[in-house]
Design a protein around this ligand. Sequence first.
Ligand code: HSE
Length: 398
Amino acid sequence: MKVAILGFGTVGSGVYKILTESADLIEKKAGERIEVKYVLDLREFPGNPVEEVLVHDYNVIVNDPEVAVVVETMGGLEPAYSFEKEALLKGKSACTSNKELVAKHGAELIEIAKQKKVSFLFEASVGGGIPIIRPLNSSLTCDVLEQIQGILNGTTNYILTKMSKEGLNFDDVLKDAQDKGFAERNPAADIEGYDAARKIAILASLAYGKQVDFEDVYTEGITKITPEDIAYAKAEGLKIKLIGQCLDVEGKHYASVAPRLIDDSNPLFAVDGVFNAIKVRGNYLGDTMFYGKGAGSLPTASAVVSDVIDAVKNNGRHIPILWSEKKLELADRKHLAARFFVRVNKADEELARKTFKVDKVVALDSLPNEFAFFTKQTTEGEFADGRQKLNVISAIRA
Ligand code: HSE
């Protein structure tokens, strides 16, 4: 069975390495030998064995009837979308690690794969090497998935962990993360929560079987989190984590990405540094959690190669994935139950007590001029209305 890899970057080179280095094991698992016939990249790689299979023109790949699986690891929407679509239309299976592509065009590409009796697989698009797409599609199929909560972005989890352990501020930790190569030079997609929003949109689409647009996901990043917020959290034995979440509340669906305070009864509490984890709650199953490396060349490539093996094992047959192109309208968040940790100036204590349902008050000796508290259970709408009435220093969901 011949495959082609589009893009010889971080993930693509990992896919090439695993497919070549581990060919014997993969042959046993797939039931036949898998050979990389082409690698597409604009660049040259002098002295690298990949040179033997390197091509610069996609047409060579898509027009070669011997190529049965096209693996896309280029990232970005174009030309990834056009290339994968064309491969499927030509009757080749397509595998990708590209969350932008999957979040935007996943449902359409699954439909084309179905018509052409091939497969469109994307295990690596969420949680890198962590198996989560296949479990959602194949294992957790008889439960109502009431809640999915995930730490879906390694960059932000690294930053929050370091802020918490070393008491540093956001800008300094981001710079350190960039210097160490853990954060992109342009980190907006990570720190503003857009990367996690795409990932939770993919998980929600699979959980509910309909298209959840990432643009509809309520999204807050971590740029406003301060060492003071973290000091309060620590005093209460809590951690601040950027959580991608989707909920099915009696048939109403919600999806968000936001910093949340969690305690150690939530297994996501222990997920630190660049690690990712996804906790899924089924109505029969209860909670289950998937934990591992959400990024990096070989962990991500491992998930991609598992898709290649699945496509080869199922050659001539479409692997069904329930994700229709029909858009799922998310419910109005106004009525969604929520609890907040809130900081205001000490001078605003009385107004805060009038405005919010104040529950537990938290005081730090180092911040004597503040009034900080947890609200009782309220709703997103009520809290947003109250927030207009006074100057809130920060508010984090708890
Ligand atoms: N930028 C992503 C992260 C890479 O930090 O998790 C994996 O999608």
